[in-house]
Structures are given as structure tokens and as C-alpha cells.
Design a protein around this ligand. Structure first.
Ligand code: SF4
Length: 478
């Protein structure tokens, strides 16, 4: 072959390569940008073909989809963390401990040891020779220096791999120092965040089961509230106003002593169903305590929850008080809501929160403000919750489970969203897209529950959506 022929052949190969690249780019542009395996988890109400029927949820994340959902260990830690006098030892590399250190804005009226984090800081040598001795030493050190009553020991991914007998160490240390050392088997890879919730609920059951034979009192336990920015105190105050006794709370502003009172209650009310309905089910089966699901987000849900709690307790006096109390509170805040509503009618919101119940409350709150929820997703919503969501949103609302940032970005852009209500992990995404943001998760510093919460929420939504900064961002993009 002569030089000219070689050059022609090279050019042909190069041309073919260019065509290949162009074809794959075209393919990418034509595709929805959504992984095939994820399509079942995204439902557009008006277009059943997009997902082919009911939403896929309550299942493990698709590998490689880079879900926003946290790991099993994180799920367990966020539920147990607000127990104010508990010590948390994270048996694993230091990264696992720092990942969830003081993760919630839970307030306390007692101890504040829960705001610390302890780690066995496993290194290469421990991975090779085992980390049990290090764990033993960590518990001993805490026992001698702090005299704890309750320690949770979290087994993380690497412990699941090397197989340290965490249970045996905890048992041995419990007996030696006469304290509760509870193993939480939560390797990050062993399921999804909801698995972690179950592990936490099992740990709580381990504490309260031996007190199940105490006398009953007419009162409630509040499950699935973490006293973020003092929300539990607002709800407990409402209960006091309508004459309902609160036995204990899970886990916001709780302690070992208050948890022990839980079996005395006659009713469990479950606020965050995603994290606590498993505990409620176990308490119903093993202690005969029935439960109802409630929500204290928004005027409508707060009112109906207070009335339903009184009804479930069969307390007519409390029911009448609840009706009167809610009417007064609603009237008190009406003028403020109306004032802000003028600025918000016609705006579009995206919601991406942990559980389905919170999403449902948010959709209702936005409806009341004249804001349309055009994208709604949760990390761990269940089928029945998604059915309710589907029934209360418009035909063209995108509903997604266990989303990743790319999907959130795609649908927020497509729908022209004005504000994203989500957690701390989604905040940078909203800001990068020039979209207003409201934190409705762990780290917020003001309460969003109850009637006080409604005012805070509307104020924040108004300030965020109507902040002049978005105008500058949009102008800059042009
Ligand atoms: S438990 Fe596993 S997935 Fe979770 S933070 Fe630790 S290493 Fe990461």
C-alpha cells in the first residue's frame, strides 16, 4: 500500500470514529437522560408510559445511580441520635463518624452528650487483624471517664466485611460495667436507609421491652419527631393545652429514663412514618399499644391530627378543646398568611424530602398558598403514601422516588421551578441552578411544625422565592 492509500485509510477510520461519537451524542441527546433501571421510580401522572404503571419504591437504590439517599448506618444514627444522654460509638473509619456528627438540629432540655460522636477510627492494621479489641478499649475508656448509662455501638461497612463480633463485645462490656451497650448492626451496604431505621427501632425495643409490664396511664407517646429547632416542645405544649398527657417521645428530647415510660402509654402517634412506623407496629404487636399516623405540618394537618388524637383516646373533652384551640390558632395566623400569599400565588415548587407523609403535608401547604407542586419526591416513601401524593397533585406533576441530583435538576429545569423544599444535600443543587431553597430537614434552626411553624414556613418561602438575588442570577445567566 502506498503512502496516499495509507492516508486515505486513516482518514476513513477517523471519519468513522467521528460518526460514532456523533451517533452516541445524538443518542444521549435524544434519550431522557434517565437510567433505564430508574424509569420505574419516576412517575409523570399524565404519562403512564414513562414508567409503565405504579411507582417503584421502598426498595434498594439502583447501583451507580448516585442516589441522594443515605446509607443504613446513617438511617440508624439519625433516629437514635436525639436521645440526649446516649453515647454513640461508631465502630469504623473516622469518615463514618464525621458523616453523621451532630447531624440533626435536635434541641435538648437535659443532657447534651448526644451532640458528641465517638469513633474507633479503624485503620488498615485493624482491618487486617480485626477491630474487636479497639472497640472493647473504646467502651472501657468511655465507661471509666464518663460513666454512661446507655451506649449505642454502630457496626459500619468495614465491620460488616471483616466480621468483628460486635454483639459479643457489647454483651461483655454491658455486664462488666453494668450499663446498656446496644449493638446496632448497620453496615452501610446491607440495605437502604429504611433498613437503618429498622435497626434503630430494634435498638429502642431492646431498651423498652423489659419495662412493658408497668401500669398503664391514659396518654400518648410521640414517635418520629426529633425536636428539630424545638418542634417537640411546641407539640407537647399543644397536648398540654387540650389536656392530653405525653408519656414519652421518640426520640426528640428523650433520655434513657423517659424511654422506659413508653410501655405505659395507651396510644402511639407517629409523626415521621418512614422512620417510626416499624417501631409502632412492634409496640402494637408486643405491647398492645395501637397507633395512628399524624402530621403537624400545615394548618389542615395540625388541626386534624390534634382532633384525631383526642378521638383515638376516646376523650371527648380533649376533642372539644382541640377544635376550639385550633380555631383560635388558625384565626391568629390568618392575616399573616394572607399577607404573604399575595406574593406567592402562581409560583411552582419542587419537594424532595425523606418520607411520604411530610411530602403530603407540604403539597397541602403549598395548595393553600396557591403554589403548585410540580415535582414531588421522597427518599423512602411507601406505596400507600405515593398513592395519596398522586391523588392530590396535578396531572403534569413529576413524582420520583430515591432520586439523584441529575434527575432533580432535569425535572426542576423542565418544570420551571421557583423553589425547592428539601434537605441539606439538595441545597447546593438549588443554588447552582438559581432556584430558591427551603431546608425542611435535619439542620434547620427554626421550627416548621404546628401553627408557629406555618408562619415560619410561609415567611421563609416568601423571603426565599422573592429574594432579589434570583433576578441577578437570572440576568447573569442571560
Ligand atoms: S457505613 Fe459505609 S456507606 Fe455508611 S458512611 Fe460508613 S462507609 Fe459510608
Amino acid at each position: 500500500m502506498g503512502i496516499t492509500e495509507v492516508k486515505v485509510a486513516e482518514v476513513k477510520v477517523a471519519e468513522e470514529k467521528v460518526t460514532e461519537v456523533e451517533a452516541s451524542e445524538e443518542e444521549l441527546n435524544n434519550s431522557s437522560g434517565i437510567l433505564e433501571e430508574r424509569k420505574q421510580s419516576i412517575r409523570l401522572k399524565s404519562d403512564a408510559d414513562l414508567c409503565g404503571g405504579g411507582i417503584r419504591c421502598d426498595s434498594d437504590s439502583v447501583s451507580g445511580a448516585v442516589s441522594q439517599r443515605a446509607c443504613v448506618y446513617c438511617g440508624a444514627r439519625v433516629v437514635l441520635n436525639p436521645i440526649t444522654d446516649a453515647f454513640h460509638i461508631v465502630h469504623g473509619p473516622i469518615g463514618c463518624a464525621s458523616y453523621t456528627w451532630d447531624i440533626r438540629g435536635s434541641l435538648t432540655s437535659g443532657d447534651d452528650i448526644f451532640r458528641n460522636s465517638f469513633s474507633t477510627d479503624l485503620r488498615e492494621q485493624d482491618i487486617i487483624f480485626g477491630g474487636a479489641k479497639k472497640l472493647e478499649a473504646a467502651i472501657e475508656e468511655l465507661a471509666k471517664t464518663h460513666h454512661p448509662k446507655l451506649i449505642f455501638v454502630y457496626a459500619t461497612c468495614i465491620v460488616g466485611v471483616i466480621g468483628d463480633d460486635v454483639e459479643a463485645v457489647c454483651k461483655q462490656m454491658s455486664e462488666k460495667y453494668d450499663m446498656l451497650v446496644i449493638p446496632v448492626k448497620s453496615p452501610g451496604f446491607s440495605g437502604n436507609k429504611a433498613t437503618g431505621y429498622k435497626m434503630a427501632c430494634n435498638a429502642i425495643m431492646q431498651i423498652i421491652t423489659k419495662y412493658r409490664d408497668q401500669p398503664k396511664v391514659k396518654g400518648i407517646n410521640i414517635l418520629g419527631d426529633f425536636n428539630l429547632a424545638g418542634e417537640m416542645w411546641i407539640i407537647k405544649n399543644y397536648m398540654k393545652k387540650i389536656g392530653i398527657h405525653v408519656c414519652t417521645t421518640f426520640t426528640g428530647d428523650s433520655s434513657l429514663e423517659t424511654l422506659k415510660l413508653a410501655p405505659s402509654a395507651t396510644l402511639n402517634v407517629v409523626q415521621c412514618a418512614g422512620s417510626s412506623v416499624y417501631l409502632a407496629n412492634r409496640m402494637e404487636d408486643e405491647m398492645g399499644i395501637p397507633f395512628i399516623k399524624v402530621s403537624f405540618f400545615g394548618v389542615e394537618d395540625t388541626t386534624s391530627s390534634l382532633i384525631r388524637i383526642a378521638e383515638a383516646l376516646g376523650d371527648e373533652e380533649a376533642r372539644l378543646k382541640a377544635i376550639k384551640f385550633c380555631k383560635e390558632k388558625t384565626e391568629e395566623i390568618e392575616a399573616t398568611i394572607e399577607m404573604y400569599k399575595k406574593n406567592l400565588i402562581g409560583k411552582k415548587a419542587a419537594i424532595y424530602v425523606g418520607g411520604g407523609f411530610k411530602a403530603i403535608s407540604l403539597i397541602k401547604q403549598f395548595n393553600a398558598l396557591g403554589i403548585k407542586s410540580v415535582v414531588v419526591g421522597t427518599q423512602s416513601g411507601r406505596k400507600d403514601e405515593y398513592e395519596i401524593i398522586e391523588n392530590i397533585v396535578d396531572q403534569d406533576t413529576v413524582i420520583l422516588d430515591d432520586a439523584n441530583p441529575a434527575e432533580l435538576e432535569k425535572y426542576m429545569k423542565e418544570k420551571g421551578v421557583d423553589i425547592l423544599v428539601a434537605g441539606v444535600k439538595e441545597r447546593p443543587l438549588a443554588y447552582k441552578l438559581g432556584i430558591a431553597f427551603c431546608d425542611h430537614n435535619h439542620e434547620r434552626k427554626h421550627p416548621l411544625a404546628g401553627f408557629e411553624g406555618v408562619v415560619n414556613f410561609v415567611q421563609e418561602i416568601n423571603e426565599s422565592i422573592n429574594n432579589p438575588v434570583w433576578q441577578y442570577v437570572r440576568n447573569n445567566k442571560k
